[in-house]
Design a protein around this ligand. Structure first.
Ligand code: PLP
Length: 448
């Protein structure tokens, strides 16, 4: 059996670096890096052997096997010693069967991958277990001296970083745009003991600062331009395929901001194909909020170049990003999969999120962006009636209570076309007659 191994490689060149180096961009031309695996070594096991191994680990109670990420460790970080892994049983999130919504929309099937059903409530845990494990490994094996790990965040990255660092006993620093995260997001890094800085800027401004702070290699950068994160997040793809009996959906829709996650999704499918686990790669569609859509605009112009924008306020606050760092990787993901990029309005995303809730989901606004894009594309005939679609839900709705409460109270924003799924509370005296009057009226209404 060949020895599995991996290293960082320049996405535009041939320079490579060990995964234990503290490095985020190529030393040759400053391009982004990616983790390159020895695909020949991975292919030395047959697809059936891999499928058997992954199925066995699904039944195991070993901590690494119980993690959706580390149960695929050979394709993530093959050199990671088991004892250095920092895990909170991330991954293996449910693939929610949204059959009633598929029926309403008139498509063959719709599944929603609930990546927010995770320790800190978003998909960021998937990448953070990998990054913090690597930092833990570097510190424990005395490869480099690292004093702390830092990130810029729209809320979810900071929550994941602080939790994993707290578990490993590693200091963490987070930069947040002041007043632009939900209360539930903000309190997470505070509770986990990070040094929390709320900066008077937007996410892109925080990103600039964190890159300057981490230029000193003793503070390690945890943003998704660090390609270790991508290796964890990419396991969303084999997980979807494994849950579907190693079948491949036709289309996957994912909300995009800094564009690390779409790059990860594509890489996950490509790796599965290279290992013979699947025979084709689905079309990938990125959904953005119209108020923060530099990627959608670049797509409309044939991906001539990224024109950074000042992202405007959006209910999908975690993707209020105007200068996405992983743009070049995301362009490749869309081009290779014959994909698309679509924008949705605030009203479309809010209604789509709450439409999803009516079939038992509990959608965050970013999931609303993806579901809104789905509705739009089906209506425009760009998603075919025969397609099996998967939507990536990136965070738990519980992190966005204000979004949901204000929607139902119809005071989220001044929507011209109404709140289609608002469910008002009925105020009534504690009197049976008054209560029965309301119940009769409402039950008749809902039977229609
Ligand atoms: C809930 C949520 N959805 C979507 C995204 C977008 O992911 P990415 O920035 O990797 O495109 C983020 C993070 O930025 C997020 O926190």
């Amino acid at each position: 059996m060949a020895q599995f191994n991996a290293h960082f490689r320049n996405i535009n060149g041939d320079d490579t670096y060990p995964l234990t180096d503290v490095i985020y961009r190529s030393k040759v031309d400053g391009s982004l890096l990616e983790v390159e695996h020895d695909r020949e070594a991975l292919a030395s096991k047959s697809p059936d052997e891999w499928k058997k191994l992954f199925a066995e680990r699904r039944m195991s109670f070993e901590p690494a096997d119980m993690s959706g990420i580390w149960s695929k460790r050979e394709m993530v970080l093959p050199d990671m010693p088991i004892e250095d892994i920092v895990t909170m049983r991330e991954g293996w999130s449910p693939l929610f069967d949204a059959a009633p919504l598929a029926k309403e929309l008139g498509i063959k099937s719709l599944k929603v991958k609930l990546c927010g059903n995770s320790h800190t409530g978003s998909f960021k845990d998937l990448g953070m277990t990998v990054l913090v494990s690597q930092v833990n490994h570097i510190i424990k094996k005395k490869i480099h001296e690292i004093d702390a790990v830092a990130c810029a965040s729209t809320g979810d990255t900071s929550a994941a970083l602080s939790a994993y660092c707290a578990k490993a006993g590693i200091p963490s620093i987070v930069f947040l745009p002041a007043g632009k995260t939900s209360a539930a997001q903000l309190i997470q890094p505070i509770s986990n003991g990070s040094i929390v800085l709320a900066l008077d800027t937007d996410f892109d401004g925080c990103m600039k600062i964190v890159q300057q702070v981490t230029a000193d290699n003793r503070i390690y950068l945890a943003n998704s331009m660090n390609s270790l994160r991508v290796e964890g997040q990419k396991t969303i793809s084999p997980e979807i395929c494994q849950e579907m009996g190693w079948k491949v959906p036709d289309t996957v829709i994912i909300p995009g901001g800094n564009l690390g996650n779409v790059s990860a999704l594509a890489k996950g499918f490509e790796d599965c194909k290279a290992m013979g686990l699947i025979d084709r790669i689905p079309r990938i569609i990125v959904a953005q909020a119209e108020n923060a859509n530099p990627f959608a605009k670049a797509f409309e112009r044939g991906f001539d170049k990224l024109v950074p924008m000042q992202a405007k306020k959006t209910l999908a606050s975690a993707i209020q990003i105007g200068n996405p760092v992983s743009y070049p990787k995301a362009v490749r993901a869309i081009q290779k999969t014959n994909g698309m990029v679509v924008s949705v309005t605030e009203e479309e995303l809010a209604n789509a999120a709450h439409r999803g809730d009516r079939i038992g989901l509990y959608c965050c606004p970013h999931t609303g962006v993806a579901l809104g894009a789905l509705e739009k594309l089906v209506a425009a005939g760009k998603i075919d009636k025969e397609e099996n679609v998967v939507v990536i839900s990136t965070a738990h709705g519980l992190k966005f209570t204000e979004f949901k409460l204000f929607y139902h109270e119809q005071r989220l924003m001044d929507f011209k076309d109404s709140y289609k799924y608002a469910n008002p509370i009925f105020k009534a005296p504690a009197d049976l007659g008054a209560v029965m009057d309301i119940l009769k009226k409402e039950m008749a209404e809902r039977r229609r």
